[in-house]
Design a binder for this molecule. Structure first.
Ligand code: FO1
Length: 323
């Protein structure tokens, strides 16, 4: 059998909405046994006494077919009776927990308190939502993202939701990351001889992907496996969220080229949108192979088409080694 045909497995690194859309597309073209989806947990926090894992939940709801299409996070057909009742008695309502979503946070918190790992809870919840591909947290250890801003350092959801990303960002800190262990299946998948490629979803590089890369041994391992990234920036704008704003505040051009530069030391292939065709040459000069595709995923067809294109791209890329 040729080397190429034995390499059939994919690891996807995902933040919230964009990564989850690509993961859904990939789940339609890669058999479930060959796909491992690794969720950023830097956004996790304890709120109202509950363990909330936004990126894991966005993945579960998206792949489970129950995500809210308007927001990308939370559940479709959600109601807000709990929030309304909480507000009426003076509780904190800046972070919206829908009634159905709440059930998941309560159940997860209970199981974590009873000693189950975040991996075990995630696997069981995903199964109950009918998700076939494996979703794992990047680590079972807490690695909360702290956002450094000109108004001081803020816990991630305080920056993102409570302050609506308004403070000017000066940097990030992934608390406890040096002591955290990557989730065992994640590490196993990175060391699997059948690994075809690691796919970095179109997620925010600073707050969704870099917390995963900062875990011990992960970044080093990427030097030895094919890596493909999909740009989260299209035409100088973030598809969703504050990535472009953060780049500008950090003195980095908001462009797909700047993301490619950030990933160039470990990335082999970079997927850009048709709108950024002019950047193909400069990105290729970084030593990356470039795929030009429609990367803005509005429909399920868009997600599947992009998933298929990324898999085909991965198969075309030779084993690790710059062209
Ligand atoms: N994002 C918001 O902008 N406002 C919210 O009130 C909010 C609540 C929320 C509840 C559960 C959940 O899983 C996600 C939620 N998000 C909310 C999204 C979340 O803060 C971010 O999308 C991610 O952390 C960034 O990937």
């Amino acid at each position: 059998m040729s080397t190429r045909s034995t390499k059939s497995r994919f690891v996807v690194l995902s933040g919230g909405v964009g990564g989850a859309k690509l993961a859904l597309g990939l789940s339609k073209v890669v058999p479930a046994r060959d796909l491992l989806i690794v969720a950023n947990t830097g956004d996790d926090f304890t709120h109202l006494g509950l363990h909330v894992s936004p990126d894991i939940d966005t993945l579960i709801y998206t792949l489970g077919g129950v995500s809210n299409p308007a927001t990308g996070w939370g559940r479709v057909g959600e109601t807000g009776a709990f929030m309304e009742a909480l507000g009426a008695i003076g509780g904190e309502t800046w972070f919206f927990l829908g009634d159905k979503d709440l059930a998941l946070h309560v159940e997860r918190t209970l199981r974590l308190t009873n000693g189950e790992s975040l991996s075990a809870v995630t696997a069981d919840l995903a199964r109950r939502f009918g998700v076939k591909a494996a979703i794992v947290p990047m680590s079972n250890d807490p690695v909360p993202t702290m956002v450094k801003t000109t108004r001081g350092t803020l816990a991630f959801q305080h920056y993102f939701v409570r302050e609506r990303c308004r403070p000017r960002v000066t940097g990030f800190r992934f608390q406890n990351v040096a002591r955290a262990k990557p989730e065992p299946r994640f590490m196993q998948a990175l060391n699997d001889p059948k690994l075809a490629a690691v796919i970095i979803g179109p997620s925010n590089p600073f707050i969704s992907i870099e917390p995963i890369l900062a875990l011990p041994r992960v970044r080093k391992r990427l030097d030895r496996v094919p890596v493909i990234a999909v740009s989260p920036i299209v035409g100088g704008q973030a598809i969703k969220g504050p990535a472009a704003k953060m780049m500008r505040e950090l003195g980095i051009r908001a462009s797909a080229l700047a993301v490619a530069e950030r990933y160039a030391s470990f990335c082999d292939g970079f997927v850009i949108d048709e709108a950024d065709v002019a950047l193909a040459g400069p990105i290729a000069k970084l030593g990356l192979r470039v795929l030009i595709e429609r990367t803005v995923m509005k429909t399920l067809d868009d997600r599947v088409r992009l998933g298929r294109a990324v898999v085909a791209f991965a198969k075309r890329l030779s084993r690790k080694g710059r062209p």
